[in-house]
Design a protein around this ligand. Structure first.
Ligand code: ADP
Ligand code: MG
Length: 590
């Protein structure tokens, strides 16, 4: 069982209640429920986009509007059935989403937000001013959805239609969360990390942007053929802010937040709108003020939105678990022992006037453990980043298994069998250890966003989770598979990063200061692990400060100082090297 099944019992209960609701509740409540369902579809897109990826979009209402106008136009002008216009709506919003996404997701922070705002505003005025769209009065007389005797002119039918669609979408969203693509999407806030395991982060972000646009488009189509009338005002920037607002109140971390937000906001709004004038006998905007106050209180009490509060009342969500057995993922053919796996030729890197790495040469041979040591600021991490593609050299060449890799992006180098850990741990703290490690196996799977959402590729998923569990067992963290990575001690987090790198089935494992922050016993265990990896044919390049750790473990050492290589050889020779002793060992015990 995994979280895809969550919250199974409460969900079935809610589904049953929603199915009988239209037959027992008064019409105004059924109508309200219909709107809640409609808004939830848009907010679900915001959970993916804002909650998972971290993109704040002020343009979702414009996608809703685009679909509503497209459908209203083709149905009223061409006499097409509303059902047949749905694919057209999806194509239109998908294309628009792709274009807007392509233009904006590469932008960072404020520019991205401004980009979505520009889109939201631009389309609003276009709707209002374009000839033939009825100006700000819009298009009336849009046919309502009907099937035989059933028509959405009856709010009960609309309610059932919307909630059926929403239910299916929620199931898909939960499935996606616990899939290969979902784990990567939920990690996109750290693009350097995901790229170093082979994820095309910009492409995946764009896919999420399009998915969110499609959800908005679906809602727009429903809107047009429920109300029978489209005009620009429900699709302006205010509406986009409203959607964001509802999503944030519901909680953007989990799909259910997309339903809670609209449910609470719309119910409050309706109740206040009706109750306040009745109470005080005066109309006006009092309800808006009271509403704003309630929202502030709510966000103060629950900054993550309502979903985490609700989760406290529900049975604990089971986290993904690996099956006891599954066919192993395919393995990489390891290079022949002793052959040159990594070659660094006269590599340099300058930062402004500072030469951080100065014409360094060395090679790593398959099957050995090589240490790169040197005092703080010697250039070790820079060299590490030059090899892994995070930085580009200003001179020289880097070759992996005989192929030039300098200038290639990290994901391309990862594909050649280079896996790494980070000096400053880069884990997804709220994802479990198992999920974090499974991300390392990205390049050993294929299933994308759609496959994840519809639950195809279950076999691959099982194999991937099995692999992640095996790597956790291998490093001794097997019992913590279901713990959030952020709950581990720093030393354990470093080991967890090694497990994630191992899940990539690397030919070359690169570790940046793996022993930092480990206790003595943990260091011994780490050394034993690295020795056993070497025995299994994994080549290791380790950047390290801890001299004892390195001396008793590695085959060869390369010493850097001020960006230059000052010595290279087996540990015993390095220990006796006068230049190393003078330059480095004296100042080592910092
Ligand atoms: P080490 O890992 O051996 O401690 P680094 O590779 O981190 O050393 O740094 C080598 C030198 O390059 C240092 O002087 C550091 O200040 C400088 N440096 C590293 N990264 C950058 C950067 N992005 N911009 C400017 N200077 C940098
Ligand atoms: Mg460093």
């Amino acid at each position: 069982m995994n979280r895809a099944a969550w919250p199974a019992a409460p969900a079935i209960g809610a589904a049953v209640l929603l199915a009988i609701a239209p037959f027992v509740l008064p019409v105004w409540m059924v109508t309200l429920l219909g709107y809640i369902g409609l808004y939830s579809i848009v907010c679900l897109g915001l959970v993916l986009l804002t909650g998972w990826v971290g993109i704040t979009s002020f343009g979702q209402a414009a996608f809703v509007g685009l679909a509503a106008y497209v459908s209203a136009l083709v149905v009223t002008r061409a006499g097409l059935s509303p059902w047949l216009s749905l694919p057209l709506c999806l194509v239109a919003t998908g294309l628009a989403g792709w274009l807007i996404g392509w233009l904006t997701v590469r932008l960072s922070g404020h520019y991205l937000v401004l980009g979505t705002m520009a889109w939201g505003l631009g389309l609003y005025y276009l709707f209002g001013n374009l000839q033939g769209l009825g100006g700000f009065n819009g298009i009336a007389g849009v046919p309502k959805l009907r099937a035989g005797a059933l028509s959405v002119a009856d709010p009960r039918i609309f309610h059932l239609l919307v909630w059926t669609i929403l239910g299916l979408l929620l199931v898909a969203a939960y499935r996606l969360a616990d899939s290969r693509a979902g784990r990567a999407i939920r990690s996109l806030r750290d693009p350097i990390m995901v790229e170093s395991f082979g994820v095309r982060s910009a492409q995946l972000k764009l896919q999420v942007f399009v998915a969110a646009a499609l959800l908005a488009g679906l809602a727009g189509w429903l809107h047009a053929h429920y109300l029978g009338h489209v005009s620009p005002s429900p699709f302006g920037i205010n509406a986009s802010v409203d959607y964001l607002f509802m999503a944030v109140i519901g909680g953007t971390a989990t799909p259910i937040g997309a339903v809670l937000g609209p449910a609470v906001v719309e119910t409050l709004r309706t109740v206040l709108r009706d109750a306040i004038p009745a109470l005080s006998g005066v109309g006006g905007n009092y309800e808006a003020i009271l509403f704003g106050g309630l929202v502030i209180v709510l966000l103060q009490r629950a900054s993550g939105g309502l979903a985490p509060m609700l989760a406290r009342w529900l049975p604990a969500a089971p986290t993904p678990r690996a099956p006891d057995s599954a066919e192993p993922l395919p393995r990489r053919a390891l290079p022949q022992a002793g052959s040159t796996l990594l070659e660094v030729r006269a590599v340099s890197r300058t930062f402004g006037g500072l030469v951080a790495v100065d014409a360094v040469d060395f090679e790593v041979r398959a099957g050995e453990i090589l240490a790169l040591i040197g005092p703080n600021g010697a250039g070790k991490s820079t060299l590490f980043n030059l090899v892994t593609g995070v930085l580009e050299p200003t001179g020289g060449e880097v070759l992996v298994a005989g192929r030039r890799v300098d200038g290639l992006p990290p994901r391309a180098i990862a594909a050649l069998g280079v896996a790494r850990t980070f000096q400053h741990v880069r884990l997804r703290p709220t994802m479990t250890c198992l999920e974090n490690v499974a991300l390392g196996a990205w390049l050993r799977g294929r299933a994308g966003l759609l496959a994840g959402a519809i639950g195809a590729a279950r076999d691959e998923e099982a194999r991937c989770l099995r692999e992640a569990q095996s790597q956790l067992d291998r490093v001794g963290l097997g019992a913590l598979a279901e713990a959030p990575a952020g709950s581990l001690a720093l030393g354990q987090q470093r080991i967890l990063e090694i497990a994630r790198a191992l899940a990539a089935d690397p030919a070359l494992l690169m570790l940046d200061e793996p022993a930092a922050g480990l206790r003595l016993q943990e260091k011994h265990a780490l050394a034993a692990l690295l020795r056993s990896l070497r025995a299994q044919g994994v080549t290791v390049l380790v950047v390290e400060h801890d001299m004892d750790f390195v001396m008793n473990l590695v085959d060869r050492i390369v010493v850097l100082q001020f960006g230059q290589k000052i010595a290279e050889g087996p540990p015993d020779a390095i220990r006796r090297d006068a230049r190393v002793v003078e330059a480095y060992l004296g100042g080592l015990d910092d």
